[in-house]
Write a protein that binds this ligand. Structure first.
Ligand SMILES: Cc1ncc(COP(=O)(O)O)c(C=O)c1O
Length: 393
């Protein structure tokens, strides 16, 4: 036990952590054994029994993905769609809006690069205006400015809860309050938040949310989810339809599904969907509050230790910070450090410009090294990471 947290169990059930220090959880976490085993077993059964046959026999377990996601987010299972990535989920939600020339979209500076491309695409093709909400003095979205920017043309508010390239946690619930009182739909990118923070769509007040499986939820790659609030669902028609999203009534008529699965296709990785459900239940078993507290303590320790190294600058903005720790060193570029750490079996990553380009352009920092921690990481690993870094510098 470690401050009430069963670290011994967390590490025993994380086979990958025996081989290396994995501080790249914001890239992809090491899946726990129960999740990885569920995936392997399902694939083995497909190999031996046939994909359609296994799908029919294990329908209830596949369906558990929706119920588990609903428990995770505090919504109904009918408001959840399976996706193969956060990008696909975000795009499905975003492109469902029938934007007209002159419509305004308000977005925070932490938006992911892919979302920026989609926003620019809609600006080019539909003539929408993208308005970047300023940051406040702490580097998080300025909620007062957001409220002042909303006008009669505002059709959507986009916010990234936790950006890819810093430890910032944006005040999502405060944004939700502003969006709700103005009656503007609110699309939350919770890709880096799911699995490391409690995320409750009622408490936050978002209408749409996207997430990925492989990051802090510890699910396999190629899995993700979309949440669509039921009241908005009725008004949103997917940009593309298919025979799963809509039932063919006759050869001349279709009827769209009434639930969020109108954003899905029939074909998918069933093994991935099942394993994402297992991963969500596994995360809920630990409890997102204890998980976020443990991650927060580890990350604060790392930030303190880094700040003590000559030439190192910790770069995480925001009043609330999470398990993503970003920094740069005056002596050695981030890319070189990342490679040298990798040679010592220490996984970290360099923040690419596309992670959160708008804030990166505003902040104009040198390339950052990102050490992203999960609850199965340890204080001892932090000591070894810091010792290796001191040696390299
Ligand atoms: C904040 C954020 N949003 C969206 C994405 C895209 O997720 P995916 O790669 O699953 O599409 C990422 C990926 O790094 C991310 O960090």
């Amino acid at each position: 036990m470690n401050g009430g947290f069963d670290l011994e169990r967390a590490r025993r059930e994380t086979r990958g952590c025996a081989q290396r220090i994995h501080f790249n959880n914001a890239g992809a976490s090491l899946p726990p054994a129960p999740v990885a085993d569920a995936l392997y077993l399902y694939l083995r059964e497909e190999e031996e029994q046939g994909g359609y046959e296994v799908m029919a026999r294990r329908a209830a377990e596949l369906d558990n993905f929706y119920a588990a996601s609903a428990r995770l987010l505090n919504c109904s299972a009918a408001e959840i769609a399976f996706s193969d990535s956060a990008t696909r989920a975000w795009n499905a939600a975003f492109y469902a809006f029938d934007f007209k020339p002159g419509d305004r979209i308000l977005a925070g500076s932490a938006e992911y690069g892919s979302s920026l491309v989609a926003l620019l695409h809609r600006a080019k093709r539909r003539g929408v205006e993208i308005v970047w909400v300023p940051d406040d003095e702490h580097g998080q979205i300025d909620v007062t400015a957001l409220g002042e920017l909303i006008d009669g043309r505002t059709r959507l508010i986009c916010l990234t809860h936790v950006p890819s390239g810093s430890g910032l946690v944006n005040p999502a619930a405060a944004v939700g309050e502003v969006a709700k009182s103005a009656g503007v739909p609110f699309l939350l990118d919770a890709c880096q938040a799911l699995g490391q923070l409690p995320v409750d769509v009622e408490q936050i007040g978002c209408d749409l949310l996207c997430g990925t499986g492989r990051k802090f939820l510890r699910a396999p790659r190629g899995t993700g989810l979309l949440y669509v609030r039921s009241t908005l669902l009725e008004q949103l028609e997917p940009n593309q339809l298919n025979h799963y999203a809509a039932e063919l009534v006759t050869v001349e008529r279709y009827r769209m599904r009434s639930d969020a699965r109108r954003f899905e296709c029939w074909e998918r990785s069933c093994a991935g969907q099942l394993a994402l459900g297992v991963a969500i239940d596994y995360a809920l078993g630990w409890g997102l509050q204890p998980v976020s507290e443990r991650i927060g303590q580890l990350a604060n320790t790392l930030r303190r230790e880094l700040a003590d190294i000559d030439g190192v600058t910790v770069a995480d903005p925001g009043l609330q910070k999470c398990g993503i720790v970003t920094f740069h060193a005056a002596q050695v570029p981030a890319e070189q450090l990342q490679q040298q750490l990798a040679a010592r079996q220490i996984n970290s990553s360099v923040v690419p410009f596309s992670a959160n380009p708008v804030s990166a352009a505003r902040r104009r920092q040198p390339p950052l090294l990102r050490a992203s921690l999960h609850y199965y990481n340890t204080s001892e690993e932090i000591e070894r990471f810091v010792a290796a870094l001191r040696q390299l510098l």
